[in-house]
Design a protein around this ligand. Structure first.
Ligand code: HEC
Length: 133
């Protein structure tokens, strides 16, 4: 690629990334509490606020089983394993066997909401998701 084509490509890419960042959902309608959750714009790191709590719970609770090559029979899960709507469905219906057998019971209602917020926000294709309330 010549110099001109490269700078042209760079110019085209910058706004594309900027738009993507803006298109992330800012709210999530929560069916379990019938409330509108406001999602804050935080850094992406799991450990840092304000995504810290949800991200930490995902890592410490869910990933204790849903890691690569685990011996618990749990499929590997990461935030992008599901779409935002699909994560909402996981928490609204609690269909997974692990939710029914008590593996989620160590968490409070508020923690479950924050975990759901986190997964909704960083789900597959979430950059294209609009505010849901
Ligand atoms: C004690 C281990 C354990 C923990 C902790 C655990 N899971 Fe699971 N989970 C499993 C196992 C095992 C399965 C597969 C069950 C089956 O055979 O259907 C499963 C299945 C699932 C499924 C269905 C599979 C799919 O791809 O749709 C989802 C979703 C899920 N878990 C989400 C979670 C979330 C979210 C958390 C954290 C709140 C969590 N799990 C915590 C063991 C666990």
């Amino acid at each position: 690629m010549n110099r001109f084509a490269m700078s042209l490509a760079a110019l085209l890419l910058v706004p594309a990334f900027a738009n993507q960042a803006e298109a992330a959902p800012k709210t999530r309608y929560d069916a379990t509490t019938q409330t509108c959750r406001v999602l804050s714009d935080g850094p992406l790191e799991w450990e840092s606020r304000p995504w810290g709590e949800g991200g930490k719970l995902f890592k410490e609770v869910c990933k204790s089983c849903h890691s690569h090559n685990n011996d618990k029979g749990a499929p590997f899960l990461w935030t992008e394993s599901k779409s935002s709507d699909a994560w909402n469905r996981v928490f609204a219906t609690r269909y997974p066997k692990c939710a029914k057998d008590g593996s989620w019971n160590g968490m409070t209602k508020e923690q479950l909401l924050e975990l759901n917020d986190y997964l909704y926000r960083f789900a597959a294709y979430s950059q294209g998701v609009n505010d849901s309330c």
